[in-house]
Design a protein around this ligand. Structure first.
Ligand SMILES: [Zn+2]
Length: 142
């Protein structure tokens, strides 16, 4: 019997979005770093932990970058009952480039307009980033 594979999951160990090979003993192996997970639920648990850490890292980096629209800033938009996270990659006078941070969003939510990222009017992204700055400030004061 051929080994089953699960496609497009984030490896909690190497953070790559990759496929996992399911072995006969029900262990799952990352096809990038070869880390083996005893059970599927182990993989899920570790993945949630990893996403939490990624989120925390992004929020700490935001703090270091300070206020305003700067490359490297991460912001989120509420989508359904979850959040879609995006990172600013390049800021220009007219357009700003962002990428979808699917390694943070647990439920794989994507914003309808921003999609999986790309180039958008700088004023629009600045608005979203400043809103995020405001939210972070509220949390820090508490
Ligand atoms: Zn891996």
């Amino acid at each position: 019997m051929e080994n089953r594979r699960i496609e497009q999951w984030f490896c909690p160990e190497c953070n790559a979005k990759t496929s996992f090979i399911k072995h006969k003993d029900s262990k799952y192996e990352c096809s990038v770093c070869n880390t083996t997970y005893n059970k599927f639920s182990d993989l899920i648990d570790k993945q949630f932990e990893r996403m939490g850490r990624n989120c925390e890292e992004a929020m700490n980096k935001n703090k270091q970058l300070g206020k305003g629209l700067v490359a490297g800033k991460v912001f989120y938009l509420p989508v359904a009952d979850g959040r879609a996270y995006y990172e600013v990659t390049k800021v220009g006078p007219r357009s700003t480039t962002i990428k979808f941070r699917e390694d943070i969003a647990v439920d794989d939510y994507m914003d309808m307009v921003l999609g999986d990222g790309g180039s958008f009017p700088t004023s629009r992204i600045e608005h979203l980033v400043c809103r995020m700055d405001g939210l972070q400030e509220i949390f820090l004061l508490k």
